[in-house]
Write a protein that binds this ligand. Structure first.
Ligand code: C5P
Length: 222
């Protein structure tokens, strides 16, 4: 029986995935990474060789692709037509193209429907993305919007990738800004906090402190 959903939205580089997994583990909940689904859809589009600005062709390719994601809080399982793409979806090629693919309304309709099915099959679930509290699960039990100052986000991304060169860190910051602008300004389901979301700024907090805060809110709400 469905007990509830915790949504975690926000821009890139806030530590959202690590926090979401941590919260899911602490709550004994399932975990759904919707960004992984848009990234998997992007793999299908890149492999089909269609132009990213041809929305109709992009939508057609994604409609024909079977995207599967695991909802366990452990090892990431992501497949396109039965092929494991868990490593490839984190690469630069996919990261560059994903915002364009995820701005196509038909792609969003398809993946949102799949996301709702996955959530419906869970007992308790933590769902991470950009539009989960606003569009996918407007009746979620608890909605969190996680932010952090742009410099902090670039530093964290650099740390994850092992980048120390200041010019490369600037390039990462520029890439984060570009993706956030694209995600926040698209017509369909732009990135923004839901009216009833709790906004958590992680700039000055450790990831552990962020997890603790969200778990406490979730335990009170579930
Ligand atoms: O969270 P992650 O960085 O993996 O998301 C990759 C991209 O997928 C985002 O930049 C955004 O364009 C898109 N996305 C989305 N809606 C979601 C999750 C991700 O549009 N719910």
């Amino acid at each position: 029986p469905f007990r509830g959903a915790v949504t975690l939205d926000g821009p890139s580089g806030t530590g959202k995935s690590t926090v979401a997994r941590g919260v899911a583990a602490r709550l004994g909940a399932a975990y759904l990474d919707t960004g992984a689904m848009y990234r998997a859809a992007t793999v299908a589009v890149l492999d089909a060789g269609v132009e990213l600005d041809d929305a109709e062709a992009v939508a057609r390719v994604v409609a024909g692709a079977r995207i599967t994601v695991g909802t366990g809080a452990g090892i990431e399982r992501v497949e396109v037509d039965g092929v494991d793409v868990a490593v490839r979806i984190r690469g630069a090629e996919v990261t560059r193209a994903v915002s364009a693919v995820s701005a196509v309304p038909a792609v969003r309709r398809q993946l949102v429907a799949q996301q709702r099915d996955l959530v419906g099959a869970a007992d308790t679930v933590v769902v991470e993305g950009r539009d989960i509290g606003t569009v996918v699960l407007p009746d979620a039990t608890l909605k969190i919007y996680l932010t952090a100052a742009p410099e902090v986000r670039a530093q964290r991304r650099a740390g994850q990738l092992g980048v120390t060169d200041p010019a490369q860190i600037d390039a990462l910051a520029a890439d984060l800004r570009r993706r956030d602008e694209y995600d926040s300004s698209r017509a369909d389901s732009p990135l923004r906090p839901a009216a009833d979301a709790v906004v958590v700024d992680s700039s000055e907090l450790s990831q552990q402190a962020v997890v603790d805060r969200i778990v406490a809110l979730a335990e009170a709400a579930l």
